[in-house]
Design a binder for this molecule. Structure first.
Ligand code: HSE
Length: 434
């Protein structure tokens, strides 16, 4: 049986999981793939810490280039993360004619053009299955399983940290700050949680999924991003009273030649399957023109789930190399060939939940309704709510409205006018609905 050698760059949580999985399941993989995948080298700046996996000391080095240039290493696995040294090493591996497997969503979302360009020039593959959804092989679904479909939409819960926080806010009636602090203590959230809670981690993943669905690199600056940092427990509670659960959703949607890619807290009806995805779990619902709705669910992070997807990619590349195919999985084109246009966020239309702290006086509601009507925003339901004691504002009452579909620009203009009309005492809250 042909042997294919693997070199790992980065011996952290996922690197150790991949090393362990490759060693533990070598025989199973050989039986399935018809190729013997052999772990040959591992590079990390720290080769002394115990990673909980028994590897031969001769495998370890602090010199990443020695791994890339090792003649016995046929596949380079980048698990360092970020766009610094990881990018330099990925480019070095591709220029050395070696296929790369990576879990680095930031690198692909921010430098995808360059990476795919260099891979193309060198005729080698870049596999990035674990960059989105951890243990869920969603990238492979888009590349292969649904390759015969026009992808009409993807709705994803792609960040476990945010989903964990939102689940606890709703289930335990806790405010955002308290759950975040608790999640940090329990190790579910980073000490610097901005990438997760401000939506950028999800946006990186949405950009990758959109690029795969539509075949061109969707740059991050075309993605509308809103996080959950300012989400109030009051809105989580009111949404639940209306029969909705708030999720940080990645939405990728095509309408004719226009593509929307956005990330924001979203009201999802409790009857929707994504509303049942709780705690640290991730899920993606993909609608293809032939398949209809399909749903993928699993652990979006963690040592073993992420290693599972990385190893799946390694297996695919190994099988291709053994069969003499060096470039099997086409990357994403660098340029949009003009077939698609990105829809401007102001043009994106959704149904909305809006909450306003309204002056408790005759006529206030009428003024707001007139302003909404003037901007073409049609109200579907409106209710006056009761606040918890600590949220009360004397003289003002919370009014929640659900609207029919409205354009972002129209909603923003209406809320700006309401704010200056003297009937509310703080900026209105607006959240999109699925
Ligand atoms: N920080 C991510 C999350 C995991 O919380 O889901 C890595 O993509």
């Amino acid at each position: 049986m042909k042997q294919i050698g693997v070199g790992i760059l980065g011996f952290g949580t996922v690197g150790a999981g991949v090393a362990e999985g490759l060693l533990r399941n070598r025989q199973v993989m050989a039986e399935r793939l018809g190729v013997d995948v052999v772990l040959r080298r591992i590079a990390d700046i720290d080769v002394t810490t115990d990673r909980g996996v028994a590897v031969d000391a001769s495998m370890l080095t602090t010199d990443a280039m020695a791994v890339i240039n090792d003649a016995g290493v046929h596949i380079v696995v980048e698990l360092i993360g970020g766009t610094g040294i990881a990018k330099t090493l990925v480019l070095a591996a591709l220029n050395a004619g070696k296929p790369v497997v990576t879990a680095n969503k930031k690198l692909l979302a921010e430098c995808g053009d360059e990476i795919f360009d260099v891979a193309e020039k060198n005729g080698v593959d870049v596999y990035f299955g674990a960059s989105v959804g951890g243990g869920i092989p969603i990238i492979r679904v888009l590349r292969e399983g649904l390759a015969g479909n026009e992808i009409q939409s993807i709705h994803g819960i792609l960040n476990g940290t945010c989903n964990y926080i939102l689940t606890r806010m709703e289930h335990e009636g806790l405010p955002f700050d308290a759950v975040l602090a608790d999640a940090q203590r329990a190790g579910y959230a980073e000490a610097n949680p901005g990438l997760d809670i401000d939506g950028f981690d999800t946006a990186h993943k949405a950009s990758i999924l959109a690029s795969l669905a539509y075949g061109f690199h969707v740059p991050m600056d075309k993605v509308l991003v809103e996080g959950i940092r300012n989400l109030s427990g009051m809105d989580v509670k009111f949404a639940a009273e209306f029969g909705y659960r708030i999720k940080l959703l990645a939405v990728v949607k095509r309408e004719g030649p226009e593509i929307e890619v956005r990330v924001h807290p979203t009201l999802v009806p409790l009857s929707h399957m994504l509303a049942s995805v709780n705690h640290v779990f991730n899920a993606a619902m993909v609608h293809g023109d032939l398949s209809g709705d399909t749903l993928y669910y699993g652990r979006g992070a963690g040592r073993e789930p992420t290693a599972s997807t990385v190893i799946g990619d390694i297996g695919d590349v190994a099988r291709n190399l053994a069969a003499g195919r060096s470039r099997y999985a086409r990357g994403v084109s660098v340029a949009n060939d003009g077939k698609f246009a990105m829809r401007a966020p102001s043009e994106v239309a959704s149904k909305y939940y809006i909450r306003l702290m309204v002056l408790d006086k005759a006529g206030a509601l009428g003024i707001m309704a007139t302003i909404l009507g003037k901007h073409g925003v049609s109200v579907l339901a409106a209710t006056q709510k009761a606040c918890e004691e600590e949220e009360e504002m004397p003289g003002y009452v919370p009014i929640v409205m659900l609207t029919h579909t409205a354009k972002g620009a129209d909603m923003d203009a209406a809320l700006r006018d309401i704010l200056t009309a003297g009937v509310v005492n703080e900026p209105p809250v607006s959240l999109r609905m699925i």
